[in-house]
Design a binder for this molecule. Structure first.
Ligand SMILES: Cc1ncc(COP(=O)(O)O)c(C=O)c1O
Length: 279
């Protein structure tokens, strides 16, 4: 929208920002300010960028007061406060804003989100809308009045303890799914503190369609949400394993290698895992 120059930063296999690449790219742009998007849970792998290291890198490279950090916590931003080991995303650190989606973890039935930013920025962005007799900071001046009510209702109904329980359940179930996939000889990966399970992309398109799997290149992911129980995960794994073995055994397809996507230690292809059941 703003047509600012955009520089892509490499990621590690986990999906997290590669801070070495970040440093080398900001050093190539010393004369300019930096707007940095820090992911608190990436879309595909649920990776969490190292906010503290990113801030230190900017300061060490001389950016000091010439950077703006936005923390994109679309899904995991609402989970992090309930996980003890999680990095702290707080305005005590030099960040400019944090955003979370309302229709992801909270499950709001309409797309919505919350952006929290510093009052100085709010003042610059918002204007008095005379006919609404209020201040507004949206691009078009239009807002959904139901969305904040849904958010308010859910947050109050579940409460701090209720949401913490759901977060713990999601993390536990994500570990369960990862272990079950691996036990079946299916390459899988789960980032620490994440409920997004990444695994080899199924060959069977009907299966992908039925389970509405989000795929990217050679991998697919399942985001384990609060409504998902162990029975559902068992059904998923068993159906996937059955489809997979009929394709691999019946049609002689080889188990795909996903080393570059999820790392050597998580890849169970024939070449990397001699014990692989199917290869
Ligand atoms: C990391 C990340 N940021 C932003 C978005 C988009 O969020 P929204 O649907 O609230 O616009 C997503 C959605 O998947 C996401 O994963």
């Amino acid at each position: 929208m703003y047509r600012v120059e955009c520089v892509k930063i490499d990621t590690l296999v986990s999906g997290e920002m590669n801070c070495t690449d970040f440093k080398s790219k900001i050093l190539r742009n010393l004369g300019k300010p930096a707007i940095v998007n820090v992911n608190i849970g990436t879309t595909v792998k649920g990776a969490i960028d190292d906010l503290d290291r990113i801030i230190k890198t900017l300061e060490k490279c001389g950016f000091r007061d010439r950077f703006y950090i936005h923390c994109d916590g679309a899904l995991a931003g609402l989970m992090m406060p309930f996980i003890k080991q999680a990095p702290k995303v707080t305005f005590e650190k030099p960040i400019g804003s944090v955003s979370v989606s309302g229709h992801k973890f909270i499950g709001c039935p309409v797309p919505c989100g919350v952006v929290i930013t510093r009052l100085d920025h709010v003042k610059v962005l918002s204007t008095d809308i005379e006919y609404l007799s209020s201040r507004d900071a949206t691009i078009m001046g239009s807002r959904n009045g139901h969305a904040p009510m849904f958010l308010w209702y859910t947050l109050n109904k579940k409460g701090y303890i209720g949401i913490r329980k759901e977060v713990q359940k999601c993390l536990r179930n994500a570990h369960y799914l990862t272990d079950r996939l691996k036990d079946m000889g299916i390459s899988a990966y789960l980032n620490a503190l994440s409920s997004t399970v990444v695994f080899e992309r199924p060959h069977d398109e009907a299966f992908v369609h039925k389970w509405q799997l989000a795929c990217e290149g050679s991998i697919a992911h399942v985001v384990v949400m609060p409504n998902v129980n162990v029975e559902k995960l068992d059904d998923f794994v068993e159906e996937l394993a059955a489809k997979r073995s009929s394709l691999h055994e019946g049609k002689g397809l080889s188990v795909p290698c996903v080393e570059k996507d999820i790392g050597l230690e998580n890849c169970l292809c024939g070449q990397h895992n001699k014990k692989s059941r199917i290869a």
